[in-house]
Design a protein around this ligand. Structure first.
Ligand SMILES: [Zn+2]
Length: 291
């Protein structure tokens, strides 16, 4: 005796590169086939090529990541030219292309090592984040700094020094430190200089100015050094205030003002201390570690 078996052949495609939506679609198709009494449902090979499967596309992506790491490693090991490169601000195009890579992958391909990558050396991470303790210090400094910037005498004195206070407050409130748990740099603009693998940042850290810096501007971002966290404000104030003032110093740079506009980095510190911490103006021990 023979039995009839109704077979459903699925001709529609999965949702491109979206495993979850594709599974939903597959379940819907199976249910439809079952409702029409099909007992066997077959899917085309497109359904095999989904992210999360050990399929061709996944393998190509892993090879691509490996290539990126290899190119970076080769670049790093090239013999140094006689004149060391100076710190250069990344062009908007360079930054845009980096952001595009991050967006295209949905995560930072240079920052997250997998087992496969570990054989290729340290992962590349130009814009690293902060551990919990350091993040708390920065966020405290941001909160304290925002409060200082609300004070009218602080605003008045900064304006007298030629600073656009409205812009400064906007820039300062936009500062956002990346937690090291964040999977990408989107939305963050304060990063950990010490851990950055960016050659220009590394180079700057070794210069005289870089050595003395607690924080500095890189493009439109703020790079923070270990010295920032170790800052002592002096006998009369805590390191916290000096950290808040240092971030105000950096935000002033983001408004387009350089140290030279004030006669040097320490002169700008004087302006910030005088304007926003006037009671301690002239305090010899007050150390701001901005640059
Ligand atoms: Zn400066």
């Amino acid at each position: 005796m023979t039995q009839k078996l109704k077979v459903a052949i699925i001709q529609s495609s999965p949702v491109y590169m979206n495993l979850e939506a594709s599974l939903d679609k597959a379940v819907g198709l199976i249910e439809r086939a079952a409702a029409e009494d099909a007992r066997l449902v077959t899917f085309g090979d497109q359904w095999y090529d989904l992210p999360g499967n050990n399929n061709e596309r996944e393998r190509q992506e892993r090879l691509y990541v490996r290539d990126v790491h290899r190119i970076f490693a080769e670049n790093k090991s090239k013999p140094k030219s006689k004149t060391p490169p100076t710190l250069r601000t990344a062009t908007p195009q360079e930054r845009a292309s980096y952001h595009q890579i991050v967006q295209a992958w949905g995560h930072n391909p240079f920052g997250d090592a997998t087992d496969e990558d570990s054989a290729l050396g340290e992962p590349q991470n130009p814009y690293p984040g902060f551990s919990k303790g350091k993040l708390e210090d920065i966020n405290k400094a941001l909160a304290d700094g925002a409060k200082l910037l609300q004070k009218s005498d602080c605003q008045k004195e900064l304006a007298k020094a030629g600073i656009n206070v409205t812009d400064l407050i906007k820039r300062f409130s936009n500062l956002s430190a990346r937690p090291d748990s964040a999977s990408n740099i989107k939305g963050y603009n304060v990063f950990y200089a010490e851990k950055s693998t960016d050659p220009q940042v590394q180079q700057f850290l070794k210069t005289e100015r870089g050595k003395g810096a607690g924080a500095f501007i890189y493009g439109q971002d703020v790079m923070v050094r270990d010295a920032f966290f170790n800052a002592r404000g002096g006998a009369a104030i805590g390191g916290e205030i000096s950290r808040a003032l240092a971030l105000i110093h950096e935000a002033i740079h983001l408004t387009g003002k350089s140290d030279a506009d004030f006669g040097g980095s320490s002169k700008l510190n004087d302006v910030v201390i005088h304007a926003c911490w006037s009671k301690l103006y002239g305090h010899k021990n007050l150390a701001i570690v901005g640059n």
